[in-house]
Write a new protein. Structure first.
Length: 112
């Protein structure tokens, strides 16, 4: 069962952590935007990428804030909560992915 308070807290942490943004979120945005621009984007597979970012955010949060929990290195964040965070991150960055895809498509048009 998803804990909405934990999901919101972890989403805020993930979107405000600069290291996480540079190490996971930017590469995910670039990867998905290339796939959208190339026409190979698979909406069923995209949440998996965001789940990697959510898992790393849970681990970082647990290390920084020392919140012990039943989920090992993920602290108090259950699988369902991390999936919810991945969905929130996907929604939050959907516009960034679309904008980057347009920029890639425009750059490809210029090269032709």
């Amino acid at each position: 069962m998803t804990d909405h308070t934990d999901a919101r807290e972890l989403t805020l942490f993930a979107t405000n952590d600069g290291d996480l943004y540079r190490s996971h979120i930017q590469p995910i945005i670039q990867n998905l935007s290339r796939k959208v621009a190339a026409g190979t984007y698979d909406a069923d597979k995209a949440p998996t990428l965001w789940r990697y970012a959510a898992d790393d955010a849970a681990q970082r949060y647990t290390r920084e804030h020392g919140t012990p929990g039943p989920h090992g290195a993920y602290g108090s964040f259950s699988v369902a909560t991390r999936r919810a965070v991945a969905a929130m991150l996907a929604d939050s960055y959907a516009e960034s992915v679309a904008d980057a895809a347009q920029a890639i498509a425009a750059a490809r048009q210029v090269r032709k």
